[in-house]
Write a protein that binds this ligand. Structure first.
Ligand SMILES: Nc1nc2c(ncn2[C@@H]2O[C@H](COP(=O)(O)OP(=O)(O)OP(=O)(O)O)[C@@H](O)[C@H]2O)c(=O)[nH]1
Length: 202
């Protein structure tokens, strides 16, 4: 699918986590190559999405200074809480979500997610690579927002995979690099592989 044929979609960056593996730092504001993670991640979506939003729970003014609406969680915990806010306020039928530490993405990811959705008529498409499934790198039908709200109200475990498994969810096998850096080791490894000229899985 060419960029010109992409359906309208909403781009959402999940940046509301506690960043425990980074010592509690706000991951969106960590830097790689002199740029905050949040800016690098937004750039993946900026040229293609019809609207962009950030889901965050601290440093709201700072996130707001990026010129993108910022949504604070209202219900639930973990990435699903952010996903709910992004889904229920989207002005489009589809949400493409990314974690705020998505420093590198497989090429043409939006086109490939939509192509997989159209081929399968799934409600959710999640990215999978050699490291496993990445539930927050996904395309989700926004009409699922009321179901997600019910799920958050009724379940104790707020696992993204558990919620996605209630719906027609398919995987998109990645044939490229996804660098989402969850801890300092992964960030160092990513920086080193870039310095050697060959980005590797993060
Ligand atoms: N809005 C929102 N986003 C969240 C929440 N928890 C995690 N996220 C985001 O979801 C994505 C995946 O989260 P994780 O990497 O599993 O968790 P994290 O809190 O960022 O990091 P750790 O504390 O080290 O596990 C990240 O981009 C987080 O910022 C939350 O409670 N609310």
């Amino acid at each position: 699918m060419s960029p010109a044929k992409l359906p309208n979609f909403s781009g959402g960056v999940l940046a509301g986590g506690e960043g425990r593996r980074f010592g509690g730092l706000d991951k969106g504001w960590l830097e790689h190559a002199g740029r905050p993670f949040i800016e690098i991640t937004l750039d993946h979506l900026r040229p293609l999405a019809s609207e962009l939003r950030i889901s965050a729970n601290r440093h709201l003014d700072r996130y707001g200074s990026l010129g993108v609406p910022v949504l604070r969680d209202r219900l639930g915990a973990g990435p699903l809480a952010g996903l709910l806010r992004l889904l229920e306020t989207a002005a489009t039928d589809w949400l493409l979500s990314l974690p705020c530490d998505a420093l590198a993405l497989p090429e043409s990811l939006p086109e490939r997610l939509f192509a997989r959705q159209q081929a399968t008529q799934a409600d959710i498409v999640v990215l999978e690579d050699d490291d496993g499934v990445h539930p927050t790198v996904s395309l989700t039908r926004c009409a699922l927002a009321p179901d997600l709200e019910q799920f958050l109200l009724s379940s104790e475990r707020h696992s993204v995979k558990d919620w996605q498994s209630r719906h027609r969810t398919v995987r998109l096998r990645s044939d490229g690099v996804l660098a989402n850096v969850n801890d300092p080791l992964a960030l160092n490894r990513y920086a080193q592989t870039l310095a050697c000229g060959s980005p590797a899985h993060g």
